[in-house]
Design a protein around this ligand. Sequence first.
Ligand SMILES: Cc1cc2nc3c(=O)[nH]c(=O)nc-3n(C[C@H](O)[C@H](O)[C@H](O)COP(=O)(O)OP(=O)(O)OC[C@H]3O[C@@H](n4cnc5c(N)ncnc54)[C@H](O)[C@@H]3O)c2cc1C
Length: 306
Amino acid sequence: MLRSVILAASRSSQVERLVATAPYTRDVVRRFVAGAATDDALRATRKLVDDGLAVTLDHLGEDTVRPEQATATRDEYLKLLKMLAAAGLTPAAEVSVKLSALGQMFDEQLAYDNARAICAAADAAGTTVTLDMEDHTTMDSTLEVLSRLRKDFPSTGAVLQAYLRRTESDCRELSSAGSRVRLCKGAYKEPESVAYQSAREVDKSYVRCMNILMSGDGYPMLATHDPRMIAIGEDRARWFDRGPERFEFQMLYGIRPEEQARLAGEGYTVRTYVPYGDEWYGYLMRRLAERPANMVFFGRALISKK
Ligand SMILES: Cc1cc2nc3c(=O)[nH]c(=O)nc-3n(C[C@H](O)[C@H](O)[C@H](O)COP(=O)(O)OP(=O)(O)OC[C@H]3O[C@@H](n4cnc5c(N)ncnc54)[C@H](O)[C@@H]3O)c2cc1C
């Protein structure tokens, strides 16, 4: 119930104004977002890489409605990739891209062209791109763009969401050699017709999907903070004899950092997803929806007069 309300608020510009102007919002945002500028992203990446973690960087922004906004997002990624390479942070750092930020909502070809330019820049920088997955109405379009991109840039990563009923079948499709697939539970509000609604059903689906990916020929990226899913991931890695070069764990910046360090310390590849930029609202609301405890922390910051 609370999750639905927060996810609905994530699409409301009125709530966005209220949240953005509250006095202590910045403190909450800082916990989950590296900063507004490219330099902030680089600084956070350097620290994580020095701590033995890999990184994927997300320039925040989604649901772009104007071509010039989409072009600006593309250009930011091109700049970021050059800076990462110059700083010697590739291939440890790659980038995550939302097609909706590149124009997908009004022109799929434009989104493809922009994504292609980012893949070419990543290739030149010696690293890779992963296409984030958004709500289910964009999925076919995103998978279509992915398959076009993979013709020239085969290491382009996909994201599959275990809460969708179709995902087991997508895992089978995408578990071929060289295919990088991030498996997450899914962060959007989806109808029952397409998505499992209970946490238990989503968890069971996550495990089924993980089994397909870990027993397949591709490169699974297990994106979860859930202790049970992580323990099962460790078990499957042993069972299918997957060393640190054949799969990875992924977690979000600011969430369970001690667990990220523990797994890296045990020799696993762990990649932290680092968002940066000033369009943090939708991202932050999805993080709050995932965990009521974060909502309490956030509510305090909103009403605080300190
Ligand atoms: C690297 C990465 C990339 C992602 N990319 C996408 C994407 O492209 N598309 C998409 O739809 N979703 C994406 N997600 C989000 C994902 O779908 C889930 O919404 C999110 O990861 C929460 O699910 P969970 O597996 O961590 O388990 P949950 O069942 O939500 O949580 C399990 C436990 O993890 C901890 N935890 C989880 N979330 C938080 C939090 N916000 N704050 C503090 N502790 C927390 C708590 O201990 C909680 O009990 C991504 C997640 C990660 C880690």
